[in-house]
Ligand binder design. Structure first.
Ligand code: NAP
Ligand code: ZN
Length: 352
């Protein structure tokens, strides 16, 4: 075991602050990574404030962060895929049982024994896993990804959650040229969804509550932008979408978007508001529309997404901050005031 620097919160109402945590020494199959950048996902905020207490209560202290890129500093003797000095990345998961049907299908995110990067039982050290707001992490090589060398690292970090969470459902639901695709909520996930839908050749319409994001949405690859509070603009688009991805972090009316689907159209929720959303039956009955959800993506698909980003030169638009600004960043996230992801420069942790 060794000590690592980290930022943690002691309770749902405490700010994050500097701390020291224990990490395991790399076992045979482990890779130790010096963390260079870690993105700030809205899930970090939900978890730090225990907003998902009914589904997965937070254990304190919590060290959040699951959009991790860095450099390999040490490898266990059985590690074949990485060596010291390689770029490496870690997303939302660090382990799974490897034997269940989900794991065998390459869908480790649905494994009943999956270990999340933070706030999951730590089978090595006891207690819970600690995430990427830290100077290093130790992860089984099966859950370590390769980062294409052409990608800027600060913007590559958010691909590990915001990227895969939006890429995976678009692949699943066949987003491609000729499809009319809506993206609801232009935050960290939403802006990646726009980039991917555009790169896959779809016609992309952004729905936002923030009129000020209009120009940026077009620059990111949207063909049209609708301010969702404008009922007239919403009505004009009724029955016209093949697929809508909803990446909103707070309570909102999803029926307004179900109405916009064509026959057999699908709305996939990736946003995870704490409170249940009300769904009217008739919006789904008429037009045989469907409503579904999606959770991050499997390891192989995450690597596929990273390679796609390498080939297309896609990264997140980031605002790089020192770790000392993380509490301020959370407040801004709650006001939808980020273009479009905060990425923590972990070198800032050295001064703590
Ligand atoms: P984010 O950057 O804060 O973006 C959320 C966006 O939602 C905002 O930018 C805003 O977009 C919109 N929004 C916020 N409050 C709203 C309200 N009251 N009514 C309508 N729209 C509102 O968050 P994120 O990091 O992209 O995460 C989004 C959600 O996805 C979170 O709940 C997160 O936990 C969840 N998530 C799920 C997965 C998964 O695997 N399914 C993975 C990662 C994250 P506009 O300003 O454009 O309206
Ligand atoms: Zn996330």
């Amino acid at each position: 075991m060794y000590h690592a620097k980290a930022y943690s919160a002691a309770s749902a109402t405490s700010p994050l602050g500097s701390t020291t945590i224990t990490r395991r020494d790399p076992t045979d199959h482990d890779v130790q990574i010096e963390i260079l950048f870690c993105g700030i996902c809205h899930s970090d905020l939900h978890a730090v404030r225990n907003e998902w207490s009914n589904i997965m209560a937070t254990t304190y202290p919590i060290v959040p962060g699951h959009e991790i890129v860095g450099r390999v500093t040490k490898t266990g003797p059985a590690v074949t895929r990485f060596k010291s000095g390689d770029l490496a990345a870690v997303g939302c998961m660090v382990d799974s049982d490897g034997t269940c049907p989900e794991c065998r299908a390459g869908l480790e995110q649905f494994c009943p024994n999956m270990t999340l990067t933070f706030n999951s039982s730590d089978k090595h050290l006891g207690g819970v896993t600690y995430g990427g707001y830290s100077d290093s992490i130790v992860v089984d090589q099966k859950f370590v990804l390769r980062v294409p060398s052409n990608l800027k690292l600060a913007g590559a970090a958010p691909l590990l959650c915001a990227g895969i969470t939006t890429y995976s459902p678009m692949r699943h639901w066949g987003v491609k040229k000729g499809k009319n695709v809506g993206v609801v909520g232009l935050g960290g996930l939403g802006h990646m969804a726009v980039k991917f839908a555009h790169a896959l050749g779809a016609h992309v319409v952004v729905f936002t509550t923030s009129p000020s994001k209009k120009e940026n949405a077009l620059r990111l690859g949207a063909d049209e932008v609708v301010v969702s509070r404008d009922a007239n603009e919403m009505q004009k688009r009724a029955g016209s979408f093949d697929f809508i991805l909803d990446a909103v972090s707070a309570e909102h009316d999803i029926n307004a978007y179900i109405q916009l689907l064509r026959r057999d159209g699908n709305l996939t929720l990736v946003g995870a508001p704490a409170k249940p959303l009300a769904v009217g039956a008739f919006g789904l009955l008429f037009g045989r529309r469907s409503l579904s959800g999606s959770l991050i993506g499997g390891v192989a698909e995450t690597q596929e997404m990273l390679d796609f980003c390498g080939a297309q030169n896609i990264t997140a638009d980031v605002e790089v901050i020192p770790v000392q600004k993380v509490n301020e960043a959370y407040e801004r996230l709650l006001k939808s005031d980020v273009k479009y992801r905060f990425s923590i420069d972990m070198a800032s942790l050295k001064s703590e």
